[in-house]
Structure formats: structure tokens, C-alpha cells
Design a protein around this ligand. Structure first.
Ligand code: F6P
Length: 539
């Protein structure tokens, strides 16, 4: 029987079965060099991430079988094809060229007869000029990013990290939700004359972003007593999109528009002009650092042979852990507050990419795809959900992310922070055996089973370069799992129907029909009736 189309999955799945009875304690006891063999440095000389996957419940035999799967699935060849602009996003007939956003300017990648790297660098030059001008002008004090999903989570994540290692004269805000309390709370802290709105939307068709942009526009016009179509008002708006024509038609008049391209997925657009707000707030140089951190991982992934390719191996371990249904979820635990948004960011990257059930050829997948991604910062998580990770019946795979140095951090407190991370990873792996032969109720409650897998990623210093490298590592892990599961990691058809239905429902609950269309199920109709009758306060 062939599982998926790749024979090698057979052995991988039987490894998963075989390793059910394996224990990390005995795996470490059997090989004194285990930690050494499974701890690697990734990145170039300037960007170094230490990756320790020795506490993953895996042995050399399983690793060899995963590498055989990578060979059969041609993972590194496919990666090369993706980086060279092949239309790997087959259902949208598009390349997925997020790596081109940070490619060296000497590189040439042809798409539809154009060198996209030249396009990228031309746009980056325009962005840099704009960023420098806004920073020099000192006209704006408030920067407000309006965008959602990939047009929000990326710039927010970069902003958070840069805020923790540097300072800015700008007050920065992010508005995503269609819950108007979000934009209202932000506008209440801004003055119209000194506010610049960065409206980010690849499609420029996203309801939340369009609604929030309209609120911003009216607020500005009212506050500055300007006509909605005035040029002066347009100077308070800058648009980032792959659809400038649609942006124009949307009525969001902006003095400046920067492009991304159809071959950049929203959740892969962090390395583009989508991160304009943090660039303005902290300067273009910090963003260039971020790009070079990403590039160092791209180049290493592409040029390193499989058995030494740590990022490939991390992706293959994901395929074993999640594809073979060993663990339902991945908990991402950054041990630095500046990365508090990383789990959110990775939820979109991993779950919107690999949350699929159909292979490229349209047939049903026969291995599991995306895990549930969740998480939180350490040590807060220790006082929240670590109890379950240690003693619960649901075992999650865990990624710990730490830093040897965090600028401005208290050294002693940082030692404690890192010590907690290392302790958690060790306790998850090795637990604590019961004392002596006692098997009474109390000691059972205190039993720590261990054998709970984790990978530790540690960067030398928290900053844009390390962040770039970490994000690229996850992008490529997603790619690897997607290839061996034979799914398209670059489309997201599943998000459309809910948007269409929401449009219908909001039109109807806002309307005056006495009854709602029977196209809705009775539960939804009932909820719509209750909502409509309850939303207007009684006179
Ligand atoms: O609905 C999902 C999604 O399309 C994401 O893929 C995307 O990042 C987000 O919405 C925002 O889309 P846009 O940038 O086109 O406004």
C-alpha cells in the first residue's frame, strides 16, 4: 500500500509507531554524543541560531528514513524551484517568491519576462527614500497600520522586537479588527495633523481593512476640516498593496503607494513594504538587518546537503511529529517578551499554509497536515498552561526560543529567564521518576512522565537579524512539511466562504426584511433574529 504518493512515508509511519515505546532517557543513555550530534548552528557568521533537537523523540534510524522521504519528495529541488520562481502555488498558478524579497540584488529571477529581484530592489529604494523623508520631516508623530492577517501580524512582530531593542520618536498603533472599538481607541490617542496611516492590503478587498480605512479618512477630514478627496488628506495615507488599481477604486486616496506582488503570499509578506510602519519608526537599516537574517537561512537551506541541512531536518521532524499524528499541536514558547506575538504570527504562517486536506493532485491527503499552533511567552506560560504540558494527557511538541543577549536586559534576571527555559525543556524530556517504590496516590499526582518533545532555538542576540532568521526557519519548515504531504502551502481557499456569508448576514441584519433568507440554517436565522432585536437598546 502506498501512503501518499511517497513510498518513504511507510517507514516514517512505522518509525512513529516504533518510537511510541522509546524514551528520551534511554535514547540519551544509549548515546553519550546525542546532544552534540543533534545540536547545530544555522545561519551565516553574522546570524547564528543554535538549534538543539536532541529532545525530540527521534533516533538515527528515523532520521535516515525522514531524509529518504526528503529525497523521494525532492524537497530541496522543490525548494530551489520555488526560489527560482516556478509556479509552486499551483491552484493560483503563481510562484511563491517570498525569498526574492530578501535576495541579493545581484540575483536574477525571471517571472513573466521580468527580473523580480530588480523589481524588489527598485521598490525597496523607493521605500527607503520615503522612510528617510518621513523620518527627516518630523511632520508625523503617530503611525497607524491598518491591515489584518499577513498585513498586520508581520509588521506588528517586527515592531515589537525593534521596540524592545531600540527607541523611536513615533507613537505606533496597529488596527486590524472590524470591531470599531479598536480603531476608536487608537484615534482617541492621535491628533489628525500629526497622524500617518499605513493601509496594508495585498488584495485591497479585505472588508476589515477597507472599513477601518474609511473611519480613518472621515476622522481626518473632520479633524482637519478637509474635503475627503483633498490632496492634503491623501498625504496622511500611504498604501501598500499588490492591487494599486483596486486601492484607487476603494476611495482610499493616498499620496504614496508601494507595491508587493501577486507572487508574495500575505502570510509571507513580512519582508516587503508591508513592514513599512516599523521601518519608519526604527529606520530602514534595521529592516535591512532583518532581510539579511532571512537571507542567511534561505541561502543555507538551498546550499546545504540534506544530512547537514538543519532547517530541512526541523521540517522533517515536523512531518514525523504532525504528519504521523504523534502530537496534535505545536506550542511555541519564546522566552523573551519581545516575541510575545510570535505564536500568533506562526499560527497564520503554519495553519493557513498547511491547514489543508487535499493534495496537489486533488486527492485526499493520507497523512496529517498542519498542527494546531499555540503558545505564549516564558516564564508567564509556566504559571498558566505548562501544567498541562507536563502532566496532561495531550502531549504537544514544543519549541523554546531564547537569546544569549537581550539589549538593555538585567543580566541576572536574563540568566534566570534562560535558566527557566532550559529547565522546562529538561523536565518535559526527562520528567521525574517516582521516589523508591512508593506508588501511593500522592506520589502519583507528582509523577512527571517526561518524554515530551521539544526543540530549543537560541540566538546570540535579540534583534532584527535574529528575528529574520527565526521567521525564515519557520517558513521553510512549513515548506518541507507541505512538500512531503503533497499539499499546496501557498493558497487559502478555505477562508473565502465565511467572508461571503458574513457579507450576506451583515447586509440582512442591517436591513429591514421581516424574515431572513432560508438559505441560512435555522440556528443562524435564530441568532440573526435575536441579534437584530437585541442590538438596538430599548427606548
Ligand atoms: O483571509 C485571509 C487573508 O487573505 C490572509 O491570507 C491575508 O494575510 C489577510 O486575509 C489579509 O489580506 P489582504 O492583505 O489582502 O488584506
Amino acid at each position: 500500500m502506498v501512503v501518499g504518493n511517497f513510498q518513504a512515508w511507510q517507514k516514517v509511519l512505522s518509525d512513529a509507531k516504533r518510537l511510541e515505546s522509546a524514551s528520551l532517557t534511554s535514547l540519551f543513555a544509549e548515546d553519550e554524543f546525542r546532544a552534540e550530534k543533534m545540536t547545530k548552528l544555522v545561519g551565516d557568521g553574522k546570524t547564528e541560531i543554535l538549534v538543539d533537537y536532541s529532545k525530540q523523540v527521534i533516533d538515527q534510524e528515523a532520521l535516515q528514513n525522514l531524509l529518504a522521504l526528503a529525497t523521494e519528495a525532492r524537497v530541496l529541488e522543490r525548494f530551489g524551484e520555488m526560489c527560482d520562481g516556478k509556479p509552486v502555488n499551483s491552484t493560483e498558478n503563481q510562484p511563491a517568491l517570498h525569498t526574492a524579497l530578501r535576495a541579493d540584488s545581484k540575483t536574477s529571477i525571471q517571472v513573466d519576462g521580468k527580473n523580480v529581484v530588480a523589481q524588489v530592489h527598485d521598490e525597496l529604494a523607493k521605500v527607503k527614500k520615503f522612510v528617510d523623508a518621513i523620518r527627516d520631516q518630523k511632520r508625523f508623530k503617530y503611525l497607524v497600520n491598518i491591515g489584518i492577517g499577513g498585513s498586520d501580524l508581520g509588521p506588528r512582530l517586527i515592531h515589537d522586537v525593534l521596540s524592545s531593542v531600540g527607541t523611536t520618536d513615533f507613537r505606533c498603533f496597529f488596527v486590524a479588527n472590524i470591531d470599531s472599538s479598536e480603531i476608536n481607541a487608537v484615534l482617541a490617542q492621535c491628533t489628525p495633523e500629526e497622524t500617518l496611516f499605513v493601509v496594508c492590503s495585498k488584495s485591497f478587498g479585505t472588508a476589515e481593512t477597507l472599513a477601518n480605512a474609511q473611519v480613518a479618512k472621515k476622522w481626518l477630514a473632520r479633524g482637519m476640516n478637509l474635503d475627503l478627496a483633498s490632496q492634503e488628506l491623501a498625504e496622511h495615507f500611504v498604501v501598500v498593496t499588490a492591487n494599486p488599481a483596486k486601492a484607487k477604486d476603494s476611495g482610499v486616496v493616498a499620496a504614496n503607494t508601494f507595491e508587493i506582488w501577486p507572487w508574495v503570499g500575505g502570510r509571507y509578506s513580512i519582508a516587503s513594504a508591508m513592514s513599512l510602519l516599523p521601518m519608519i519608526a526604527f529606520g530602514f537599516a534595521a529592516f535591512e538587518e532583518f532581510l539579511s537574517g532571512m537571507r542567511s537561512i534561505d541561502e543555507q537551506m538551498r546550499s546545504t546537503k540534506p544530512e547537514e541541512n538543519t532547517v530541512l531536518i526541523l521540517g522533517l521532524i515536523d512531518a514525523l511529529n504532525f504528519g504521523a499524528a504523534r502530537y496534535p499541536s505545536l506550542a511555541v514558547l519564546p522566552y523573551v517578551s519581545a516575541l510575545r506575538l510570535l505564536p500568533n504570527y506562526l499560527q497564520q504562517l503554519v495553519m493557513e499554509s498547511n491547514g489543508k486536506s487535499v493534495r496537489l493532485d486533488g486527492s485526499e491527503v493520507s497523512v496529517k497536515t498542519s498542527p494546531v499552533v499555540w503558545g505564549g511567552v516564558g516564564t508567564n506560560s509556566q504559571h498558566a498552561f505548562m501544567q498541562m504540558l507536563h502532566q496532561g494527557t495531550q502531549v504537544a511538541a514544543v519549541d523554546f526560543i531564547g537569546f544569549a543577549r537581550v539589549p538593555n536586559a538585567d543580566a541576572e534576571m536574563h540568566d534566570q529567564l534562560t535558566a527557566n527555559m532550559l529547565a522546562q525543556a529538561s523536565v518535559l524530556a526527562f520528567g521525574r521518576a517516582l521516589q523508591g517504590s512508593r506508588n501511593d496516590a500522592l506520589s502519583n499526582h507528582r509523577k512527571m512522565a517526561g518524554n515530551r518533545p521539544s526543540t530549543v532555538l537560541m540566538a546570540v542576540e535579540l534583534g532584527p537579524r535574529a528575528l529574520g532568521a527565526i521567521v525564515a526557519i519557520y517558513e521553510h519548515r512549513v515548506f518541507v512539511h507541505g512538500v512531503v504531504a503533497q499539499i499546496n502551502s501557498f493558497d487559502q481557499w478555505g477562508v473565502e466562504l465565511g467572508k461571503v456569508l458574513a457579507g450576506e448576514i451583515s447586509a440582512q441584519v442591517g436591513g429591514h426584511e421581516s424574515s431572513f433568507s432560508t438559505s441560512h440554517d435555522s440556528s443562524t436565522r435564530g441568532l440573526m433574529s435575536w441579534y437584530r432585536s437585541s442590538r438596538k437598546p430599548n427606548k
